[in-house]
Design a protein around this ligand. Sequence first.
Ligand code: MSP
Length: 519
Amino acid sequence: MSASPYYVTTPIYYVNDRPHIGHAYTTLACDVLARFKRLEGHEVHFLTGTDEHGQKVEKSARAAGVETQNFTDEVSQNFRRLADDMNYSNDDFIRTTEARHIHAAQAIWRRIQANGHIYLGSYSGWYAVRDEAFYAEGELEETDDGRKVGPSGAEVEWVEEPSYFFDLSKWQQPLLDFYAANPDFIGPDTRRNEVISFVEGGLRDLSISRTSFTWGIPVPDDSDHIMYVWLDALTNYITAVGYPDENNSDYLKFWPADLHMVGKDIVRFHAVYWPAFLMAANLAPPKRVYAHGWLLNKGEKMSKSLGNVVLPEDLIERYGLDPVRYYLLREVPFGSDGYISHETMVSRINGDLANDIGNLAQRSLSMVAKNCDSMVPQPGPFTSDDKALLSAAVAALDSIREEFNRQAFHRGLEVIWRVVSDANRYVDSQAPWELRKSDPSRMGTVLYVLAETIRHLAILIQPVMPDSAADMLDQLNVPGEARSFVNLGPDHALKAGTTLPKPRPVFPRFVDEEVTDSA
Ligand code: MSP
């Protein structure tokens, strides 16, 4: 078991908007990894936060009629609240308006400048405020009503102003070499190929300062300019581990980050600009950037302007937190776009959760309560069926790790649910209720094997459904310090004679109100 450090980050969220389920999704994936790695014994640093500068935020504050700093204070709180609502286990929450960050952003600017990679010029070209991105003429499209939009559909405006530039064009070959030497740097493969062909197509120097508005971090020694919001924002990942103090113990321990989780819309910033900035500052690039797909509602990416956002608090209230956490990572293959709907949610809740795992635990533990005096029964010798189930439960961890390490959360969950199905088949074939009279000692063994399997399942689902897993482990009387992955396997098996509390259902069925009303 390795105690090596693990650093995982979410994108920092623009404070122009209320958090919706798309934002919750990105952070959830990171939370599951952070919890998984902690259970494996790694020292984890899990960072999230808010991106508070730039024209987009300034515009939103103005539209709300609130002073910009107050506006960011307020909206940033919504993202902190989201972290509580979703039960995220982040170790830090960074805001780009904090002094520690302003200091770090100016320090990286100075480093890149001292290394000769920044020059003053003037920018004229297209800018999309919604994406906070510059686009080349060739990337633009014209809408039916004659507006010019960037590749994401965001409207662009013509910008002409003095600007500092980063010599991105010089980083084409170093980036291509870096991608070649680090084949796991970008996942999934489709995104990796996209990024490589974008870079192979040639890179233009990047405008990294603005003068036409003021909501940003001042450029060192030239306060007419503020830093381009993406250079500012990306730097948050090193601010949070103590940069510019490169001897800071967190920096030494956690940088380079193990994983920057991002949505596919912002992969270019993380996989092209960010490693180039870092290399230009003689700092190590992160180990991996993974770009997941979008959660779609009615076929569109959710956004405030489209009026189709789903709010996490509404889903939690309706379906419960852990079912929502499970559903989001199970229903949509991570990396692809996917739809969320009431029907598929209910089918996961009633199928995978209530019927499959919930019922397995409830009926097994009820039989223990009823037939074994509420104590873990004494097992007799194990048959090959017993051994097969127990070893499948233990072996699951290696497969889950493999899937989670490549961010295939849906596949990791499938691995767990294969054990759930094995266990349900085992109950049916062993029929412990029939053994009660005919062979009570064999019944004890079967119920023991089931309780042990449930212990494994509960330990394994902790990263995704921490509260429900805790509830199941409480019902097995597993002490808090015996719930990590080292406790899987026969060495830490349940002890016969341990008293168990009265079992209670962990995963209730979802019943549609309409159905209840008409019933
Ligand atoms: N502020 C930048 C990130 C800076 S990181 C140095 C930003 N913020 S954002 O708030 O617009 O988006 C943050 C993340 O939320 C992105 O990864 C984006 O892909 C994700 N999502 C926003 N809507 C989404 C969906 N509908 N579905 C899935 N993820 C989505 O970009």
